[in-house]
Design a protein around this ligand. Structure first.
Ligand SMILES: [Mn+2]
Length: 282
């Protein structure tokens, strides 16, 4: 039985639509190196119980109109799984809910973003990650988690100049050239201090936990040294001035996270994001 989660910030699934909908997407078949983040959604929920319901700056989320939809039961064929993900996210958006997806690997951002773009045609993408994920394919796989941004930037109704990437530090020269050519804004890991993201247009926020330094989030498939701290992460989130209409938190790998450090950081990121979104929508 689903008894709600995040210390009851998210109430159990019911027939009533909620302003915020948590959705676990336990899919990691598009991981390029070490799968295991299919266990991310439950790991994050488990660790969230150790935190209280307030953001750092004192927004109490307990009274939030929020519901936990549980985890999707997905096909193990990528095209089918993506179609199932897109359909469910579209359903939540039609209910005027803000979907909060827990991954899963970063490939899930492709169907989640596509669903959101159909609902909000002038949608922008704010992408926290160590990696730009700008490979057209990775080892022949266009659905790899290393290809999400490339795919999104090339959607018919999308444009690279509506994408901002933050915390990048694992970009090849060809990926940097591609980002520049596509008009993608890149805030490298060494330049994040003082960066404030602002938009009047609706924004999809995608948060790969590997944007944090491996010391702060070791439990992910492709960690990259030289990342940002938890402290810098929360400052960046708290400074966002934009209407966030959907978000995901991806790449938490329970198998590589023996002390729960990464899942705990992820739970805190979700709480801080909720507080940031809520304080701008009231
Ligand atoms: Mn990444």
């Amino acid at each position: 039985m689903n008894t709600g989660s995040f210390n009851h910030i998210f109430e159990p699934l019911s027939d009533q639509a909620a302003r915020y909908s948590l959705l676990g997407i336990p899919y990691d078949a598009s991981s390029s190196y070490r799968p295991g983040c299919r266990m991310g959604p439950n790991a994050i929920r488990d660790l969230a119980v150790s935190l209280n319901t307030c953001t750092e700056r004192g927004v109490d989320l307990l009274e939030l109109d929020a519901m936990d939809c549980g985890n999707l039961n997905l096909s193990n064929r990528v095209k089918h799984a993506f179609a199932e993900i897109e359909a469910y996210v579209s359903h939540l958006l039609e209910l005027d809910s803000v979907p909060i997806m827990l991954g899963g690997d970063h490939s899930i951002t492709m169907p989640c973003f596509e669903a959101t773009l159909k609902r909000y045609p002038n949608l922008k993408l704010l992408y926290f990650d160590a990696h730009p994920d700008l490979y057209p394919d990775y080892d022949g796989d266009p659905y790899s988690h290393a290809c999400s941004t490339y795919h999104i930037a090339n959607l018919d109704d999308m444009n690279g100049d509506r994408i901002t990437q933050v915390g990048i530090r694992a970009s090849t020269p060809s990926q940097q050239a591609l980002a520049k050519q596509a008009g993608i804004e890149t805030i490298f890991a060494w330049d994040v201090d003082g960066f404030i993201y602002e938009s009047d247009d609706p924004v999809y926020l995608s948060f790969d936990i590997d944007v944090l330094d491996p010391a702060h989030a070791p439990g992910c498939g492709n960690p990259v040294p030289g990342g940002i701290s938890s402290r810098q992460t929360f400052q960046l989130i708290q400074s966002i001035k934009a209407p966030i209409v959907a978000m995901d938190l991806v790449e938490v790998n329970l198998l590589l996270d023996p002390h729960g450090i990464t899942a705990l950081a992820a739970a805190r990121v979700v709480i801080e994001c909720l507080g940031m979104i809520e304080s701008q929508s009231t």
